[in-house]
Design a protein around this ligand. Structure first.
Ligand code: ATP
Length: 602
């Protein structure tokens, strides 16, 4: 815990080189800049770093190829990628030094294919799997481009990186800080929830490379006097498919519209959807470079990621999660839930029964959000319960397991969620919990090229914790209230889902769902969802007594008494082994019946 990540090495100085021919910044307007560069760097975001360039050699001038025509997007063949060494890039030695200090020697595929093109001025639509190094793929060229033209604070913002979530923005900023350690340009981050006034002051002083979330960026673009973005050379949109989702579309369109049309635009994501095409249409110049390093790959998820699913009745879901987490207390585990209230309830409940967990969702105050994120980020082991707010882009070291307690509506989000493990060539595991009525979801995953196999939960071996859970929750008003909120939010979320063929609220076992949360009756959820009607339709109320083969690694069947002891003591068998294992060795999803269930489990 508590690894220190600051890398403030040097103080900033300025380079004296002339703006190159391709900069539209009026050189005459450039004054000797002695503005509070360091102050800007310090205050726009915590722990910003600036540094003088080491010996700054005359770097090769990057070849600028203007986006030329209406021709279809060009695909870069493997042959065109250079040898893959950062050394082979025509970038400044100071930037190479920073890259080397980060421990990077060879470029990843996406870096090898997109950095040279971005340096040459091309617009790029870049796609590569989660954890493949996209962040450096867009940061390295923008740093180099601004450094080449000696961009100064009074020139305002020369490059913007837009991220859909605050945590991701902070993380990108962290990588930027490492890469900028020997550069003179200023940089910062503006995000929702942070101090707007202090951001505005720094922006007015000139933040050359700005990382931002869309809403806060638009706010500053429209309302912050002295925020200069007319010289913006490069716009980067990370998680491009996500950014146009509800809540971001208006802002993103506005950002694109307000920036100079001649700017360069780079769009990146691990999942490409029609939304990305829409965004490409409105933001990219004609003839962008389309870089999809995984186009020919069979799977859309990381190769070293082992993925499975379990079919579990709603009544067993908590017990399964509890048992799994108890067996993996020495691991680093991220558990995805569908709503903020579910995260809150499970967080309160788990901590109450001595299974320490952290909770992260979008309704937390920003200080709490950041503190939680960094605590988990820096922890060697631990459990993070979260919503989709943590699904995208977050590069948390050494996550062992991703548990999706509830399937996300959009399969793209499944891919991003599991992408929080098995990053940069490391191994990782994931498991998806599906309710019996949600099996069809597997077809969507198959279409999305996600290989996964069924795990057997051995449901008949799970301890019966429900009576003890009921007593705990019903005996605690706070937990009861939290359970009700969780129930309501879950129902509303389920009701609002797009894939009704999978997430059909009429097939949801509402009564057992409420009971599984320790509630004695079904809470009302407002006029939009008629639970009375739902109840009468649902026939899915039987408890699960499966014929599973017992491969779920529970050492022995637990009696009610033992279950109670576990819940209260917080000291179960606590094996460090993962609690789930493959049903069939070598089983794989892409045969003719890829997701055939091996035995009826419910
Ligand atoms: N050239 C490289 N050599 C070694 N490690 C690298 C290299 N480039 C990036 N990494 C590391 O790989 C990890 C993943 O990188 P990054 O977060 O940029 O992935 P990403 O493609 O943006 O993932 P996501 O799609 O989930 O956002 C990081 O820990 C990063 O430090």
């Amino acid at each position: 815990m508590g690894r220190v990540r600051n890398r403030n090495k040097n103080k900033a100085t300025e380079t004296a080189s002339q703006p190159s021919a391709e900069t539209p910044i009026d050189a005459k307007k450039q004054t000797k800049d002695n503005s509070s560069l360091n102050e800007t760097k310090k205050e726009v975001a915590p722990s910003t770093a600036t540094a003088p360039p080491k010996t700054k050699p005359k770097a090769k001038k990057p070849k600028t190829t203007a986006p030329s025509s209406d021709l279809p997007a060009i695909k870069v063949s493997t042959d065109e990628a250079d040898q893959g060494k950062f050394e082979s890039l025509g970038i400044s030695s100071s930037l190479k030094d920073a890259i080397r200090d980060m421990g990077f020697t060879k470029m990843t595929d996406i870096q090898a294919r997109s950095i040279p093109a971005a340096l040459s001025g091309r617009d790029i639509l870049g796609a590569a799997k989660t954890g493949s190094g996209k962040t450096a793929a867009f940061l390295i060229p923008i740093i180099e481009l601004l450094s080449k033209i000696s961009f100064k604070p009074h020139n305002g913002t020369g490059a913007m990186v837009v991220s859909p979530t605050r945590e991701l923005a902070l993380q990108i900023y962290g990588v930027l800080r490492q890469l900028m350690v020997f550069q003179t340009q200023t940089f910062g981050v503006v995000i929702g929830g942070a101090n707007r006034q202090s951001e505005a002051e720094k922006l007015a002083k000139g933040v050359n490379i700005l990382v931002a979330t869309p809403g806060r960026l638009v706010d500053h673009m429209q309302n912050t006097t002295g925020f200069v973005y007319r010289n913006c050379k490069v716009l980067v949109i990370d998680e491009a498919d996500r950014i146009l989702d509800v809540g971001f579309e208006k802002e993103t369109r506005l950002i694109v519209k307000l920036l100079p049309p001649e700017r360069q635009t780079l769009l990146f994501s691990a999942t490409q959807t029609t939304k990305v095409k829409d965004l490409a249409r409105i933001s990219l110049k004609k003839g962008p470079l389309y870089v999809n390093v995984d186009e020919d790959k069979v799977d859309s998820t990381a190769d070293n990621l082992q993925q499975g699913f379990v079919v579990v009745e709603v009544t067993k879901r908590f017990t399964l999660l509890y048992t799994f987490l108890r067996r993996n207390l020495k691991k680093k585990v991220i558990v995805f839930l569908s709503t903020c209230q579910m995260v809150d309830f499970y967080r309160e409940l788990f901590n109450y029964i001595d299974v320490p967990v952290l909770g992260l969702h979008g309704k937390l105050a920003q200080t709490k959000r950041s503190a939680t994120f960094f605590e988990f980020h820096n922890a060697e082991r631990g459990i993070l319960l979260c919503t989709n707010v943590a699904a995208r882009g977050l590069d948390i070291p050494e996550v062992d397991w991703i548990v999706q307690c509830e399937a996300p509506d959009d399969p793209a989000n499944y891919i991003h969620r599991v992408g929080r493990t098995a990053r940069a060539g490391r191994n990782g595991q994931s498991v998806l919990f599906l309710l019996p009525n949600e099996i069809k979801y597997l077809q969507y995953l198959k279409i999305a090229k996600v290989p996964l196999q069924e795990y057997d939960i051995g449901a008949n071996r799970l301890p019966n914790l429900q009576p003890h859970l009921d007593r705990l929750i019903q005996g605690n008003k706070y937990l009861t209230n939290s359970a009700k909120q969780a129930f309501r939010s879950f129902i509303m979320d389920y009701h609002s889902r797009k894939h009704k063929d999978v997430f059909d609220i009429r097939k949801l076992a509402v009564q057992p769902l409420a009971a599984s949360l320790g509630l004695t009756s079904v809470p009302s959820v407002g006029p939009k969802v008629n639970l009375g009607e739902v109840d009468s339709i649902s026939n899915d109320t039987d408890d699960d007594e499966s014929e599973g083969e017992g491969e779920f690694e529970v050492s022995r069947e637990k009696s009610d008494k033992e279950g109670a002891k576990e819940l209260h003591s917080g000291h179960g068998s606590g094996k460090s082994q993962p609690g789930l294992k493959h049903k069939a060795k070598g089983g794989h999803s892409r045969d003719s019946k890829p997701f055939k269930r091996q035995k009826k489990a419910d």
